[in-house]
Write a protein that binds this ligand. Structure first.
Ligand code: ZN
Length: 131
């Protein structure tokens, strides 16, 4: 049985882009909480030229994962950003992880969407703050 995307934490390039979270030299914490408000995991995101550096806890340490960004032409002459999956190198809009695992795309984790599940609703409780 496939794991469900709802069991994973996701970062969405469209959301980061719309929120202005892709400016180089920006560093911030992306925090996931449970529906009861408990702190689940914090990923520190540092924006570099054409890449993000994701720092997150893995076992008793923190690891740094570099994710390259790619750009395609947008519908109104702008550029649409994509993540490059660190494992398969596909251009993807969303990367997933679970605690103690790196960020990979949905295909690399063989994730399925539950049938009555809205992918857009997965961001409940998300907060971030500038460092
Ligand atoms: Zn992948």
């Amino acid at each position: 049985m496939k794991a469900l995307v709802s069991q994973f934490h996701a970062i969405d390039i469209t959301q980061l882009n719309r929120g202005g979270w892709l400016h180089p030299s920006t560093t911030y914490d992306w925090v996931w909480r449970t529906s009861k408000g408990a702190h689940v995991v914090t990923v520190t995101i540092a924006v570099r030229e054409s890449a993000l550096e994701l720092s997150f806890p893995m076992e008793s340490t923190r690891v740094l994962q570099r994710v390259s960004l790619a750009y395609s032409a947008g519908p109104h002459g702008g550029k649409r950003p994509w993540f490059t999956c660190p494992q398969c190198q596909r251009r993807v809009g969303v990367l997933y992880h679970i605690p103690s695992r790196p960020f990979f795309c949905r295909r690399c984790y063989s994730l399925a969407y539950p049938s009555q599940y809205h992918p857009r609703d997965r961001s409940y409780g998300r907060q971030h703050r500038m460092i």
